[in-house]
Design a protein around this ligand. Structure first.
Ligand SMILES: *Cc1c(COP(=O)(O)O)cnc(C)c1O
Length: 367
């Protein structure tokens, strides 16, 4: 099976982990800070705080905003953690429509703002690794005095207008889950240029405990244990060195697909704007309307050929947890009905990509 995405762990990654395991500390040693420094340097931001998952990072980012009882505009075309962690913090998600690239639709954000009070934040997702329209979102945030949190779990290492993702929002969240651009097995981060948010993020991550002097410490609020271990950070440091080559490989595969799929009769692909560098965490295809009712068969046929496809994402408001409080959104429904993610990752060869594209076109001819 060629999976739609997978980790790439090399001998030198293994060596780094083994050496951390044999080190003096396996958790809360020097490697955590070292990984955070390297992330901040790589992105060109002031602060990075790593967590045991992006879900924990989102949870803490929302706590830092301290907007309990208010609303936040977000996309339903995401992994459930983006909005689940809002519920966890008593923030009401207001779901927004999407563009034909799966990213939050700025026109729809404006409409929601006209129709709602008590909105305090916009939380966007860089769908498939392709950055949202950051300048437009920043304009709206300034005009309406909103926080901007970017769930960039897909786009670590991606760029917008020549700058790395992580430089724009009040807080940007990354995931280091196995399938994401680099991995610490499980893991995530908040990056920010705001020192106060940085200090709070570190406290929330580890019980809220402030060291004072010698054995003494102080506690002002409830924190958590959302720490990432030294061993995981050793893997992260090693993986970070390869991030650019991973992204380059994914871009190569994507360029190959873009080329062979040009003008095909069955589906569209997503066009990335020239001022955006996508990480291609996913390579989505969007089936033409006449094929929507055959999607299950197409999906099954591809799996049976060894092509590990997936669909991103079931709209959040369709889950039981949400469905009584929300209505379907046309642009999101259409995107969901048309979308299939095909394999695109750093472990693939161009020959694999050729096999995927030939098989896909053949399956579509016969469906
Ligand atoms: C993967 C993902 C998350 C959650 O990441 P974890 O590190 O697994 O907690 C959150 N948001 C989006 C958009 C994701 O893709």
């Amino acid at each position: 099976m060629i999976p739609y995405s997978t980790q790439f762990i090399d001998d030198d990654d293994v060596d780094s982990v083994v050496s951390a395991l044999k080190g003096e500390y396996v958790t809360q040693g020097m490697l955590v800070e070292s990984f955070e420094k390297k992330i901040a340097e790589y992105l060109g931001v002031r602060f990075a705080v790593v967590f045991n998952s992006a879900t924990s990072a989102l949870n803490i980012a929302y706590k830092i905003l301290s907007i309990d009882g208010f609303k936040a505009i977000t996309t339903p075309l995401t992994f459930c953690a983006t909005s689940n962690m809002m519920l966890e913090n008593n923030i009401t998600p207001v779901f927004c429509g999407c563009n034909n690239n799966g990213n939050i639709d700025v026109k729809c954000i404006k409409k929601i703002l006209n129709e709602n009070d008590n909105i305090k934040a916009i939380v966007s997702v860089d769908f498939a690794g392709n950055s949202v329209d950051i300048d437009e979102i920043l304009d709206i945030c300034r005009e309406n005095n909103l926080y901007f949190v970017s769930d960039s779990s897909h786009s670590f290492g991606g760029e917008y207008k020549g700058k790395k993702i992580g430089n724009f929002a009040d807080m940007t969240i990354f995931s280091f889950h196995a399938l994401k651009p680099i991995t610490t097995i499980e893991g995530g981060a908040i990056v920010t240029n705001n020192e106060e948010s940085y200090i709070k993020a570190k406290l929330f991550r580890s019980h809220g405990i402030k060291k004072t002097c010698l054995w003494d410490s102080q506690l002002d609020f409830v924190g958590y244990n959302f720490r990432l271990s030294d061993v995981a950070c050793a893997l992260g440091i090693s993986q970070l060195k390869k991030l650019d080559s991973f992204i380059e490989k994914r871009n190569q595969i994507a360029r190959f697909y873009d080329d062979v799929f040009k003008d095909n009769l069955y589906f569209n692909t997503i066009k990335v704007k020239e001022y955006i560098k996508s990480t291609y965490h996913l390579y989505p295809i969007l089936l033409n309307r006449n094929l929507w009712c055959n999607k299950e068969e197409i999906f099954r046929d591809l799996l049976s050929l060894g092509i590990g496809v997936q669909v991103h994402y079931k709209p959040i408001y369709q889950f039981n947890l949400y469905k009584n409080s929300y209505q379907a959104i046309d642009s999101i429904e259409n995107f969901y009905k048309s979308e299939i993610s095909i394999p695109c990752h750093q472990k693939m060869t161009l020959k694999d990509a050729e096999f995927v594209s030939n098989s896909l076109l053949k399956v579509l001819e016969t469906n």
